[in-house]
Design a protein around this ligand. Sequence first.
Ligand SMILES: [Zn+2]
Length: 436
Amino acid sequence: MHVVILVSLLLLSLSMNIYAQTSAELSEIWEKEHVSNIPPSNVRHKDLKVYLEGLKKSGIKVAEVGRSFSDREIYQAEFGKGPLKVFLWSQMHGDEPTATSAVIDLLAILQKNRDKDWARKIENKLTIRFVPMLNPDGAEAYIRRNMQGLDINRDALSLRSPEARLLKRLREEWSPEIGFNLHNQNALTTAGNTYKQAAISFLVVFGDARKTSNPGHERNKRLVSAMIQAIHGYIPGNIGLYDDGYTPTAFGDSFSAWGTPVILIETGALHDKSEMFLVKMNFIAIATALKLLADGSEKNVSPVAYDQLPHNTSGRLFYFIFRNASVVNSARPNNVVITDIGANTVRRRAEFTSPTIVSRLGDLSAFTGLQEFDASNFYVVGRFQSLAADNFAEILFYRKDRQIDWAAVDLEKTFPPDAIFSLGKWVKGEGIVPKK
Ligand SMILES: [Zn+2]
């Protein structure tokens, strides 16, 4: 018994070393050789075509495999000549772009490193097919759905969208042994009973409501465990388990039911980290899975890291919380309310400014802000609209020892505020309202 424990501890520490080494190498190689060069949220269909041209020039097979509802080309890229068939698709939700860039980088780096042992093994053991940006119309408009207004990921059974019909056909024609379904989740998703953002969440997708396991499902649990161990050093506490409810109309669930067990990867966000950092996390995770599949070592991985993942949680975070602000309503200036203000940023492409919206007023002591400010020494007033839920969080801050005529016609000019918060930033007086 003790011997068994010792041996497994030894194996565990050995494997931890392997992952640490592996992910450090993968991180370094991504830093040096990644080809995606704009933030994923800015990548449009024309930019994807440039990426794919680059892959093609380097020798990777790229072919148009179908058209979107608005007649945009949908492509498939292929690497490797091995017997194990790995299928990945990204951005079936148009505004969920991170993995498109990550897998483009992965294919480019595999092709460039074909003389290295790890890439050669992947080339010889696996055949990888990748459909980037399955929903190019939605990606162009930066919306979830396709141009028919359909959620492609609820169209696996009724197949009313050309994108869903294409995805189903690509699986049927090829019968891949494993699928990777690549998405983004809400930036304020948290990991378990914490206030930590879930930068990456995983789910090993079942093929039925009764959650029947099978060898492919068990293999995927081992792979996800390895992926978790490969990235957890970079984002400790920021990895979650995606909700595992069965949705028969979704593609991950349907692929698993049809014989291609699916791993779902949902990229969230991490305050103070760029989109490109999350591309790198995706790259390290997926490359780790492919390496382990290719050299057979996935069989030795314990599924325990997956089994212990904390569930995704939500409703715990705001982008911004201003604590104990004295909110002035210019229409009724004598009625000052002391309250917390929670505000959230609307997610847009990186190239566009994102408005910040008041989400809630009241006692927010049970919540955490990614950024928090102590507004207890300030009167606050809305710059363009009153400070109320769903209005813009454009906020003027006045020290409480000042005498202000709140009814002044042009308040901001007549009584210049001490600080102004606009579009999620301090545009005047940064640092005057102290951080919590
Ligand atoms: Zn999605």
